[in-house]
Design a protein around this ligand. Structure first.
Ligand code: A3P
Length: 279
């Protein structure tokens, strides 16, 4: 991948247009409050989806906040440069988001997705997000993804780092994209229990409706269509692109899939995680 602006922090590269040394330092020294909820993901694993779920759920199924306030304001990233203004310490029940590795943080809802779909989603995201390096061909991008030289580092290190160390984290919830995709109602129930945010049937049903792919694709507060075209070019690829399990088969060649499987088997030998790869 050709190098546009990036920022290196603790040996990992981050998009320089989004993060500075100061903002990354701020994130890793962030003072959490007991009432904070932190959503953690490797990019393209369902971040935006979980931001929507937690926002609507904390409003008891009322979608007004999710439809009037952009997701980066209501569930801000710790590491983005504008965070100090958005994160008001006097606020209770803050919803925070991060892509940082486990060793730079603590406390958490972690969302993981099968890495073949992550790689494809990330590749198309590079085509539309002008602040990311040129992706090159899919084959070039896949090599960088497997080597962990993409922004936010290696998917393997990220997922294993967080999950293998989860026992050290007080209040840790692990959710997969595939579980949300197959049984969103059950996932909402798990999140609601974790957040100690009980919902009556009607509230659960309206949360479910707001967090469906079709609602989120239409909601300009979460589909990133408010971002200027010079920064995110939706003509190249939509942010809410496909929203499916197993879309990787349309981009991976058979050979790429075999190479991927071999690397996956060896890199995940020390993890008990399993993923759903196809719908
Ligand atoms: P695709 O590119 O495969 O469509 P993140 O928010 O972590 O950047 O992840 C973005 C991915 O999550 C995109 O995947 C996007 O379409 C998908 N996504 C977001 N909301 C979703 C929803 N409600 N249902 C299914 N997929 C969703």
């Amino acid at each position: 991948m050709t190098n546009k602006t990036s920022e290196t922090f603790h040996g990992i590269t981050f998009p320089g247009h989004l993060h500075t040394q100061d903002s990354l330092h701020y994130a890793t020294h962030f003072k959490f409050q007991d009432t904070d909820t932190l959503i953690v993901t490797y990019p393209k694993s369902g971040t935006t989806w979980m931001q929507e779920i937690v926002t609507v759920m904390s409003c008891k199924g009322d979608a007004v906040r999710a439809q009037t306030q952009p997701n980066w304001n209501r569930a801000p990233w710790l590491e983005q440069y504008y965070c100090p203004d958005v994160l008001n310490a006097s606020q209770e029940n803050r919803i925070l988001t991060t892509h940082l590795p486990y060793n730079l943080l603590a406390a958490v809802i972690y969302v993981a997705r099968n890495p073949k779909d992550v790689a494809v989603s990330y590749y198309y995201f590079h085509k539309m997000a002008k602040f990311l390096p040129e992706s090159g061909t899919f084959s070039e991008f896949l090599s960088a993804f497997l080597e962990g030289t993409v922004h936010y580092g290696s998917w393997f290190d990220h997922v294993k780092g967080w999950t293998n160390n989860a026992r050290n984290i007080h209040n840790f919830l692990y959710v997969t994209y595939e579980e949300m995709s197959r049984t969103l109602r059950a996932s909402l129930e798990r999140v609601s229990e974790f957040l100690q945010c009980p919902l009556v049937e009607e509230e659960l049903t309206s949360t479910l409706k707001s967090c469906s792919f079709s609602s989120m694709k239409k909601n300009c507060m979460v589909n990133y269509s408010l971002i200027p075209q010079e920064i995110m070019d939706h003509r190249k690829s939509k942010f809410m692109r496909k929203g499916k399990i197993g879309d990787w088969v349309n981009t991976f060649s058979e050979e790429q899939s075999c190479t991927f499987d071999a690397i996956y088997t060896s890199r995940m030998a020390d993890s008990s995680l399993t993923f759903v790869w196809c719908n």
